[in-house]
Design a protein around this ligand. Sequence first.
Ligand code: NAD
Length: 326
Amino acid sequence: MKICAFEVREDEKKDFTHLAGEFGIEITCHPGSLTMDNISICKGCEGVAILGESIMDEKMLDALKSEKVLYVATRSIGYNHINLEYAKKVGIKVCNSNYPSKGVADYTVMLILMSIRNFKRAFLHQRVNDYSLNGLVGREMKDLAVGIVGTGRIGFEVINNLSGFGCRMMAYDVFENENVKKYAEYVSLETLYEHSDVITFHLNLNESTYHMVNDESLEKMKDGVILINCARGEIMNNETLIRGIENGKIGGLALDVLENEEGIYHHDKKSSILKNRDMAYLRQFPNVVLTPHIAFYTDKAVSSMVRCAVEGIYDFSTTGTCKTQL
Ligand code: NAD
């Protein structure tokens, strides 16, 4: 059996090599995306393993079908780059990947701590030999009320992590999770907005969560609120964030994801002209921390994503189904 893997990073190669041995299959790794220009590479492959920049639209799925590819595995949780309906129609089976939520939850707590202790200011000051305490007074977690919006896998782990800090925790989700109630109180979104010093969002992106942080919802929050986003950029309206920082309504912002980050994050762009003015403007504020969508990025998560893809294709081929089939 042969698998072609696309968008393969250096850090994934050892896992692909290991799994090729474990399953007794041939895997070829390619750094670029799968496109109509290089599709001939797939000749003789039963499955392809991709990431989010290999777009599986109708044209591509038809072309894969012509190359006799039967399975597509994406090494990501998200699969909005794959036309699932059309894949089903042409008989190509698709699966995605998963990984433990702990890494993202730990990262979220790090961003909260960086925000309440003015890490970015302190870091900028010491780079110019300013060792004064000006503007660096922080707040202690146990004195704060933290709102957690979205208590699915990651939201729950964040609550679990924060339970050791002694802060008051308020939670909101359309579905309540009994385990959350051990540590946090479920309240209405209005109450959470009104009483939280820090609000962290762990929602999946859908119609109901698109621009959930907007002018209207920000108005309901405390003055000087700290907002954290390790979920999806589009949950927050960039314009609202910028206005909120400018007028002081937002006291601190830590974003691992940003609206319109696509094509920039996860690429070396140091010699390029970037066309994301919001990113450039937000980045210069002393109380705004931007990181390039890396909350997921741990050795454990990488191994898990590669394993899910290879195992998924192998299981499809040998049993007709797989654990992460979409
Ligand atoms: P999950 O599906 O387990 O949890 C999402 C929760 O949001 C669910 O409990 C759901 O009921 C709730 N929800 C959805 N719409 C809602 C609404 N309108 N109001 C209230 N609650 C609503 O997802 P997860 O695995 O915890 O992931 C959360 C987010 O984190 C996702 O957007 C995911 O893409 C993102 N993520 C980011 C990174 C990163 O590296 N930054 C890594 C992994 C996941």
